[in-house]
Write a protein that binds this ligand. Structure first.
Ligand code: UDP
Length: 316
């Protein structure tokens, strides 16, 4: 029940995906409520009326908060070209500096001006007290964990699983009717146009008695605190009861050759390289590139499943 690769809360707006995943597990409804700590104070996320009132020490109602944020947001930005501009346009400098600038520099290892605006668009801004981290209507945690999903998916008699068998470009794929490749796209081509940049994350594990932070995820916005967030796993399964607790401090760093890639950075220089690989992919037959690594996009679990189901619907 410990999410080995960081906190994962299944959420989607696609009923087909929601129904599909539940063939392999029982989902327990779960709403993710994340807090963030900035300069020693705890705030509500995603940015909502509570955050705005806490941060500016006000008691605005929704209309007043909208007017206020409108008055402090940067109106010189028409079409936000990067993460920073997206934030400045929608929430203004103070909230951006407090909650996004430091966290994002730690998470991505670069200036937010270098990052695409789409990363920030993942998070809503609300003028009410709704602190549900996601906007998607279907949200849950698999009752017996994510491993069970894969065990059930792979238990069909016509699926053979070979572990510890890393794809190698010397394989003769013409032996197969079709290949679905979900590894990193640059590795498929032996990095011939160079490496795409990714962030990886690593975790420091702690075990103690009781309750460490009283919430599944708390983010740390200050740049001086070197981890980005702390996840305490028993809070993802409130239907279970545990006297002890396991929690992790999450750190982010650049992905080296031996690290597991997590987050595609998609900097301008990456996208130039990616385009070259994608051109090569377009010239291949009987192979489909799918998922976060093979398409070099910041996809969630439900996006990956949704695209796989679409592909099957269209072709088979
Ligand atoms: N982010 C931030 N402060 C926060 C939470 C998120 O600056 O407290 C930014 C950060 O750049 C992050 C992005 O928003 O990478 C997307 O956040 P999300 O929680 O969706 O990231 P994930 O859970 O996929 O790591």
């Amino acid at each position: 029940m410990i999410h080995k690769y960081g906190p994962h809360i299944f959420n989607t707006d696609n009923k087909e995906v929601w129904d599909y995943i539940q063939q392999f597990c029982e989902m327990i409804p779960f709403i993710n409520r994340v807090k963030t700590i900035y300069k020693g104070k705890v705030y509500s996320l995603p940015i909502n009326l509570h955050t705005i009132n806490q941060f500016f020490d006000k008691s605005f109602n929704p209309e007043e908060a909208k007017e206020f944020i409108n008055s402090i947001s940067d109106k010189t930005i028409d079409e936000p070209k990067n993460f920073e501009e997206q934030a400045m346009k929608f929430i203004g400098k103070d909230l951006y500096k407090a909650f996004f600038y430091g966290y994002t520099k730690k998470q991505w290892g670069c200036e937010p001006t270098e990052l695409p605006a789409t990363i920030l668009k993942r998070l809503p801004v609300r003028f009410n007290y709704d602190d549900n981290y996601y906007v998607n209507p279907y949200q849950g945690i698999p009752k017996n964990g994510y491993t069970e999903i894969f065990e059930n998916m792979l238990s069909a008699s016509n699926i053979e699983v070979k572990l510890n068998t890393k794809f190698d470009s010397s394989w003769d794929l013409s032996e197969y009717e079709h290949t679905f490749y979900t590894g990193p796209i640059d590795s498929f081509f032996d990095f011939k146009y160079g490496r795409l940049s990714y962030r990886t994350v690593y975790f420091e594990k702690y075990v103690s008695d009781g309750d460490y932070q009283g919430n599944p995820v708390i983010n740390y916005a200050d740049p001086e605190i070197s981890y980005t967030r702390v996840h305490e796993h028993k809070h993802f399964t409130p239907w279970e009861s545990h006297d002890k607790t396991v929690y992790f401090k999450e750190y982010s760093k650049e992905t080296l050759e031996t690290d597991v890639p997590y987050y595609p950075k998609r900097l301008k220089s990456d996208m130039d390289i990616y385009e070259k690989y994608q051109n090569d992919v377009n010239n291949l037959n009987n192979i489909t590139f799918l998922g976060r690594l093979a398409t070099y996009r910041y996809m969630d679990m439900h996006h990956v499943i949704g695209e796989a189901l679409d592909l099957i619907d269209k072709n088979y």
